[in-house]
Structures are given as structure tokens and as C-alpha cells.
Design a protein around this ligand. Structure first.
Ligand SMILES: Cc1cc2nc3c(=O)[nH]c(=O)nc-3n(C[C@H](O)[C@H](O)[C@H](O)COP(=O)(O)OP(=O)(O)OC[C@H]3O[C@@H](n4cnc5c(N)ncnc54)[C@H](O)[C@@H]3O)c2cc1C
Length: 611
């Protein structure tokens, strides 16, 4: 769902300073010299004692943050010779605030070109972000290198753009094999597919739905994105300036559908992946899909599961579900409120989906009860937009010259280890701004929290992907008692009621289980095997040792957009911002492999949890 970051509280960036340019220039040239000499200790010594180097593919062929001089030395020790980094330079005048100089940088490696961001304190580099944005010799055909489209002249053998496109679509998967098979054609699969298409990597995106965008169309009727438009752009094509701030679900669905066409994706609809096995000797998957009811066997080298983080419903198994006479379904299957006017509806759960569904049922005249089992963090949407996202993703940010790409890089430049420290003051501000609201909510008996360490919604999203509601109005229904609040665990169902562990009986014509979603490696268990699912382990989370995100510390989100313990198996997903930004790094990792560029992975993540 949504993710927000403190931008206001980030050090440095906005205030210019005479000294910053000289400081950064001198650091960069010394750093480059140390790297050129392959002097790992000298380079590592240029970092502050407390430091973080986040690398997105450029040095590590991985998504990886190392910490402390030792971490830097280890990473450089294993990668420097091969990466041969050089050409570090700033791309705009560095800035300085509170003693921290910050700079946007570019550099090259032996095989690619990179961009990054540096924050310097007196002791040396405090944070360094390095990212790969293109591979030399495999640049995307854009700008001066864009395709001509027309072929002037006369040619009796002429194959038009359409002929070529149709031939490719007809042959791929039958006469020719895709290098990459992406299973799941939601926004994640689509964004990745678009990047791979531009990189010339033969790719099929397979989805069981009959139209791209059906992932959104099928969700409950009242759903609008919780994140604002500036945060949601897809790669290459931005939403127009008159697009709604919070996109209604069917509108985003149509956008995704048209995007697959104009980006010329090989998108197989009505195609369900049934099974996949990996032949390590051949370095190839055998994937059986059913396309329009017919089995097709595909043999991709790389398999990407973009099957959705909010796609594998957690449905509680409760005694009495078989005798309950009303309707019952998971929130993902909730059709909307129309059939339930005047009915008694019990919604189990108290996060985003639960609130959205309660709100829509109440608006349609249902008698609604929400069952809260554990505490929830709530932030009002307007407040979140102003305090959490505004500096990077808003009309004001755009007017101030902020581009989506730059905003994404600012976002990426703050290491996860310290991100909560920048979030906490923001959530303190939000608490103060909406004090009356929180007092009313808590007076209603609602169990509210601010995250284990007060760091709020964004950290909850990164750590566990659940446990919050971005309030677009429904919280008031609970606070004011229009939606009845019941608290506790559901014990069982009877023919016409939900019964809680304390014996409270909640009469029900409808039960909605807004009980969330399972880890994405569950998809690997379904499709490949439990053994492979356990081999790759849990997806998502940082190892923060907070609720639902057990340690040890991982530094990056588990298994997302990076190599896993199963060769040739990748996970892609997240919200629109993450799909947009991280699809680049996943696409480059896949392209490099397609081209036979060596991709030794530094710091392949260990598996500490299977689900
Ligand atoms: C109520 C709700 C509100 C949300 N609001 C936002 C928001 O405001 N902003 C935001 O960015 N995100 C939001 N999200 C999260 C949203 O689910 C994800 O951002 C988005 O759907 C993820 O896209 P995806 O492509 O990763 O997965 P999905 O959209 O879930 O797509 C996965 C696809 O995989 C397909 N699939 C699965 N198994 C197979 C198989 N075996 N064979 C073929 N196809 C298969 C499915 O058919 C599906 O189309 C919300 C989610 C929910 C539930």
C-alpha cells in the first residue's frame, strides 16, 4: 500500500553553501583515486565511523546496504577489481545544511553507468547511494537513439511495424522462447515488462485475468488509490496533468490496459501458470501455463513472480464457517456494498481494506460492525500528503522543479537502518495536528498505535506491509459510533452470527474477512514447490525485530527485485512507486544475464524465515 518518507526532516539538500562544492569535489577525487589504486582500506577510511552505502546493482549485482567502514571494506574488497568504478562527478551544485554536504553524482563502472547521492559529514561519507541506470552497449533506444518507425524508400519485402509486431506476438512462446517469463500482469509485471521491452529482452507477461487492469477492476467498488498521482506514475508514460489525485480503481485499470498496448507488451491474458520446475544444468525453467484453456509449455531462463503482495489472501479457518448461512468472503473477493443495504455486516479486521469496506457498506445503509483483533495505526490522508509526501510527490514539489525520477532517488538515498529516526518526528507532527481526531478515536475504544517505535505508516509498510489505515473518512464512522466496534478474536461462526472468544455474539448476514495477505513466497510454493519456497524464504520486511518483521536485520527488503537463493527466480511487486523505481534495477539484472555479462552477486541474502 502506501509508503511515505520524511523529506522535510532529511538532512542537507535544500540549503546551499559555499563550502559544499569544494568539500564534495575533494572527497570525490580522493575517493576515485583510492578506488583507482584498488586501495580498499583507504577508500573505506573515507567514510564516517557510522556510515551506510546503499547499492542498487551498480557494485553488487544486488540490492544491498553495507554499514560501517568494515562493511564498506568488505563490499569493496569483493567487488572493486571487477567493477572498476571511475568518472565520479557531481551533476549539480552540492548543497549543505547542518554541517552535512550533499551531492548528486554520476560515475561509470566497467559495464555500466551509474547515478547516486552522497552525504558528507566532518568525518567522511555518512550515506552513499550508488545505482546502475544503464549498461554500456545496451542503452535503451531513446532520445537521439529512438527508432525511426518509418523506413523510407521502396521495398517489395517491406514488413510494416504492425506486421513485425504481429509476427513477434505470434511466434513468441511457440517458435521462439521468452528469455523472461513474468507471472502476474498487475502494475508490477507491467512496469517490469515495459522496461524489458525497451531493453530488448524477449519477455512474456502471463496473467490469468481476461484484461490487463482486472486486478483493480475486481476490487471493491469504492476503492480509489490511497497514494496520490505524483507518486504513482508508471515508467516512461506519466499520468496527464488532469488525472485525479487519487485514482479510482477502474480508471487505473484502464490506464494499465492501454499502457500494455502502447508499450507493445507481450501480455498473455487468460493465461494461468500451473507449474514450474528448474533445470539447473540447462539453466532453464519449464513452465506449464494454460492459455485460453490450452496448455502451453514455456522455457524461459528467468522466472519472475509478480503475483502480488496483496494477492494471496489470508483466510482464517474458523469453526462454523460451514454452517453459516449468510455470505462470507475475503476482502479481496468482496463485491461491494450494493447487495447489503439493511443487512447486518461483520467485517473482521481493522486495517485499510476493513475501513474501506465498512465505509462503503455504511454509505449503502448496512448495519456494520468492525471486529478489531489487534491495534491499527491510522493517519488522515490529507495530513499524510502534507507532512509525509508533500516535499517530493505533490503539485508544489512539481512546481518547485522536483521530477519523479529525482524524488525516487531522494527516497532511495536514505538507508533503511536510520529511516525510522526521520519518520518519528513527522508522526509526532501528525499526532499534534490531528489531536482531536485521535482523542475521539481512542475514546471510542479503538486500539490505535504509531508503530512499535512511533515511526508510523511508512515503516510499517516496509517492515510488514500491513497494520494501518490511511483515513479517507471511515475512521470517523468508528470514532462516532456509526460503525460498531467489537474487539477480540473470532472464536467461531453460528448459522447467523460471529461469536468472539469472550462470548460476544455479533448477528451477521455477511462476514468479510479483511485479514490481509500472505508472503509472496507462498506463490512459489503453489507454482514450484514448498521446498523452493522455503529455500528462498520470506519475502518483504527488513528484519527490524518489530511486530511481524522478525530479525535479524537484513538491511533491504527480503527477496524483492534482487537475486534469491533459487537461481533464475525473482520477485517483483510493491506499490506503484516501488514498481516504477525497482523495475529498473530488476530489468538491468535480467538484461545483463540475457547478454551474458558476468553478474557475480555480492552478499546474496541469507534465509532466516520461511514465511
Ligand atoms: C484494498 C487495496 C488498496 C490498495 N491501494 C493501493 C494504493 O493506493 N497504491 C498502491 O500502489 N497500491 C495499493 N494497493 C496494493 C496493491 O495491491 C498493489 O500495489 C498492486 O496491486 C500490486 O501490484 P502487483 O502487480 O504487484 O500485484 P497484483 O496487482 O496483485 O497482480 C498480480 C497478478 O498476478 C496474477 N496471478 C497470480 N497468480 C497467477 C498465476 N498462477 N498465473 C497467472 N497469473 C497469476 C493475478 O491474476 C494478478 O493479476 C492496494 C491493495 C488493496 C488490496
Amino acid at each position: 500500500m502506501s509508503q511515505t518518507v520524511d523529506t522535510a526532516a532529511m538532512p542537507a539538500d535544500p540549503v546551499g553553501s559555499d563550502g559544499a562544492s569544494a568539500r564534495v569535489a575533494s572527497w570525490l577525487s580522493e575517493f576515485e583515486a583510492a578506488l583507482a589504486d584498488r586501495d580498499v582500506e583507504r577508500a573505506a577510511g573515507m567514510f564516517a565511523t557510522t556510515c551506510f552505502w546503499r547499492d542498487l546493482v551498480a557494485f553488487t549485482w544486488n540490492i544491498r546496504t553495507v554499514e560501517g567502514r568494515e562493511g564498506v571494506a568488505d563490499m569493496l574488497g569483493q567487488t572493486l577489481e571487477r567493477v572498476a568504478p571511475h568518472g565520479f562527478h557531481v551533476t549539480e551544485p552540492p548543497e549543505q545544511a547542518d554541517g552535512v554536504a550533499s551531492a548528486w553524482i554520476e560515475f561509470e563502472t566497467a559495464v555500466g553507468r551509474g547515478r547516486g547521492h552522497l552525504r558528507l559529514v566532518d568525518e567522511g561519507a555518512w550515506t552513499l547511494l550508488t545505482t546502475l541506470y544503464e549498461l554500456k552497449g545496451h542503452e535503451e533506444p531513446r532520445g537521439q537513439a529512438r527508432p525511426r518507425g518509418a523506413e523510407h524508400g521502396v521495398n517489395r519485402e517491406r514488413e510494416t511495424w504492425l506486421d513485425r509486431r504481429e509476427r513477434e506476438a505470434a511466434e513468441l512462446g511457440y517458435e521462439t522462447q521468452p528469455y523472461v517469463l513474468v507471472i502476474g500482469g498487475g502494475q508490477g509485471g507491467i512496469a517490469l515488462g515495459a522496461r524489458l521491452r525497451q531493453l530488448g529482452v524477449p519477455t512474456i507477461i502471463a496473467d490469468k485475468h481476461s484484461r490487463p487492469g482486472d486486478q483493480w477492476r475486481g476490487r471493491y467498488k469504492s476503492l480509489c488509490l490511497h497514494d496520490p498521482v505524483w507518486y504513482d506514475h508508471l515508467p516512461y508514460i506519466k499520468f496527464p496533468e488532469n488525472w485525479p489525485v487519487f485514482s479510482p480503481k477502474d480508471k487505473i485499470a484502464d490506464w494499465l490496459e492501454s499502457y500494455t498496448r502502447v508499450m507493445e507488451l507481450n501480455y498473455w491474458t487468460n493465461t494461468e501458470a500451473k507449474s514450474a520446475t528448474y533445470d539447473a544444468d540447462a539453466g532453464e525453467w519449464t513452465v506449464t501455463v494454460e492459455r485460453e484453456g490450452h496448455p502451453v509449455v514455456l522455457r524461459p531462463k528467468q522466472l519472475v513472480l509478480a503475483t502480488g503482495m496483496s494477492g494471496k489472501p489470508n483466510v482464517p479457518d474458523l469453526p462454523g464457517q460451514d454452517v453459516f448461512r449468510g455470505d462470507q468472503h475475503h476482502s479481496s473477493a468482496h463485491p461491494g456494498p450494493d447487495a447489503y443495504a439493511g443487512k447486518k455486516c461483520v467485517v473482521v479486521g481493522s486495517n485499510n481494506s476493513a475501513f474501506d469496506i465498512c465505509g462503503a457498506l455504511w454509505e449503502n445503509g448496512a448495519d456494520v460492525t468492525m471486529v478489531q483483533r489487534t491495534s491499527t495505526h491510522i493517519v488522515r490522508s490529507d495530513t499524510l500528503m502534507d507532512i509525509g509526501l508533500g516535499a517530493l510527490y505533490s503539485e508544489e514539489a512539481v512546481a518547485g522543479g522536483m521530477t519523479t525520477e529525482k524524488a525516487d532517488m531522494v527516497f532511495a538515498s536514505l538507508p533503511y537502518r536510520i529511516m525510522h529516526e526521520f519518520q518519528i518526528p513527522l508522526y509526532d507532527q501528525m499526532r499534534e495536528r490531528d489531536k482531536d481526531f485521535y482523542e475521539r478515536l481512542e475514546a471510542s475504544g479503538f486500539d490505535h498505535d504509531w508503530g512499535d517505535d512511533g515511526s508510523g505508516l511508512f515503516m510499517k509498510y516496509l517492515r510488514r506491509g500491513s497494520g494501518y489505515y490511511i483515513d479517507v473518512g471511515a475512521a470517523d464512522l468508528v470514532a462516532d459510533g456509526n460503525v460498531t466496534l467489537a474487539k477480540g478474536q473470532v472464536d467461531h461462526l453460528t448459522e447467523d452470527a460471529v461469536v468472539l472468544a469472550d462470548g460476544t455474539e455479533l448477528p451477521a448476514d455477511l462476514v468479510v474477512y479483511a485479514t490481509g495477505y500472505g508472503s509472496m513466497n507462498g506463490w512459489a510454493a503453489d507454482l514450484i514447490s514448498q521446498e523452493v519456497a522455503d529455500t528462498v524464504g520470506k519475502c518483504w520486511g527488513l528484519g527490524s525485530d518489530t511486530t511481524k518483521d522478525p530479525g535479524p536485520w537484513e538491511g533491504e527488503q527480503r527477496n524483492m527485485w534482487k537475486p534469491t537463493q533459487q537461481e533464475g527466480l525473482w520477485f517483483h511487486g510493491g506499490n506503484l512507486h516501488q514498481s516504477r523505481h525497482y523495475s529498473l534495477y530488476l530489468a538491468l539484472q535480467l538484461k545483463a544475464r540475457a547478454e551474458g555479462i558476468p553478474t557475480p552477486v555480492y552478499g546474496l541474502q541469507e534465509v532466516h524465515h520461511t514465511a
